[in-house]
Design a protein around this ligand. Structure first.
Ligand code: NAP
Length: 332
């Protein structure tokens, strides 16, 4: 697998990562033993980027990752942590807290849960307009100067915001949703990241499991994340399923799974894109890695894009409340 440089003078790491959110129950019950085995399998396969968030499973995910990295494995991982989301005990998102003191407090807890004394990439999960983002990033910059954080990242910001803050702080990576079903970033966000030479960490490559053989087999379980996603609402789901049927034909012709086709398509979008594999089982990880190793022909790429015209995808990528927190959707 090719590598991507993180930060101007930073190290090069393999251009894909393991996203651990699903290991803390977002998509239904997960098994900690299998989750840890999946993290180990990712590191054994040469991946380094391990993505978590302090609010994934309300701390469970970081503790799981910390457990997986015990016994001398910490140095193998390039730990990416998102922070800032506030949830009630019922799991409902109450907003974000990105005040500088909150940033430092969040990191203190994350370091303990992750059993480490530094995080490689630290980023606010969203840009919350109640606190100037410059203040939030200033707090991460202080943490970086003190050695607790190695790189500053951002998630789901617009191209305009990325350009503005990059003039003040060194931004090493941008996390954004990018898949055959979610191509909005091609308008302004991706061109801005490319102009600034900031690699893009792509999440939701399978549109939360929608772009998969499980959709055709009606095997996708809702779980707490998908139940809130408009693309899984019954009327949208059936229209989206029809798009997956069209993709299935192309996958069959190539002799691969729909999941592999989705990862291969993302791989074709450029060497600066680092897909997150949202696997919670080793077999899923292996399937996705095979997809990333595929090269699609121009004919296959054009057949894929004809099968899934972006405007045919039914439903926004988040529900209305969550959409309001997406700077990337609000200002380009
Ligand atoms: N920056 C952000 O705002 C943000 C938001 C969301 C996620 N993320 C990060 O991105 C990562 C990936 O995103 P995601 O999990 O939401 O979406 P995703 O990768 O689009 O979908 C993951 C789901 O796809 C299904 N799947 C089926 N076959 C698979 C295979 N071979 N490999 C992997 N998954 C397969 C799995 O469902 P089952 O497990 O149910 O079978 C899995 O839960 C997360 O873990 C998290 O680290 C970031």
């Amino acid at each position: 697998m090719h590598t991507v440089r993180i930060g101007q003078n930073g190290e090069e790491i393999p251009a894909a990562g393991l996203g651990c959110m699903g290991m803390s129950g977002g998509y239904g019950p997960a098994n900690d033993t299998e989750s840890i085995a999946t993290i180990h399998a990712a590191l054994d396969a040469g991946l380094r980027l391990i993505d978590t968030g302090d609010f994934y499973g309300m701390g469970h995910n970081e503790m799981l990752v910390g457990d997986a990295l015990k016994g001398g494995k910490r140095h193998k991982a390039f730990l990416s942590v998102k922070f800032g989301a506030l949830h009630g005990p019922d799991g409902v998102l109450m907003g974000y807290d990105l005040r500088p003191a909150a940033v430092k407090n969040f990191l203190t807890y994350s370091l303990r849960r992750l059993r480490t004394d530094y995080v490689d990439l630290y980023q606010p999960a969203r840009y919350d307009r109640t606190v100037p983002i410059e203040d939030t990033l200033g707090a991460i910059f202080d943490l970086r100067s003190a050695g607790y954080v190695r790189h500053i990242g951002l998630s789901e910001v617009s191209g305009r915001t990325l350009r503005r803050v990059s003039q003040i702080y060194p931004i090493s990576a941008l996390q954004a949703e990018y898949s055959l079903f979610s191509r909005g970033i091609e308008g302004e966000v991706l061109p801005a990241a490319r102009e600034l030479k900031i690699p893009l960490v792509a999440y939701g490559v399978l549109s939360r499991g929608l772009i998969s053989d499980a959709t055709l087999d009606n095997q996708v379980t809702m779980g707490e994340v998908r139940a809130r996603m408009p693309r899984f609402a019954p009327s949208n789901y059936m229209r989206n399923r029809a798009l997956i049927e069209a993709l299935a034909g192309i996958a069959q012709q190539r002799g691969v799974s729909i999941v592999q086709l989705a990862f291969a398509w993302l791989r074709s979008r450029g060497d600066d894109i680092m897909p997150l594999i949202g696997a919670r089982r080793r077999e899923q990880l292996a399937e996705a890695l095979k997809g990333l190793a595929l090269t699609l022909s121009p004919e296959e790429l054009s057949a894929i894009e004809q099968s899934v015209p972006h405007e045919a995808v039914a439903g926004e990528r988040y529900g209305p409340q969550a959409m309001r927190h997406l700077d990337s959707e609000l200002s380009g």
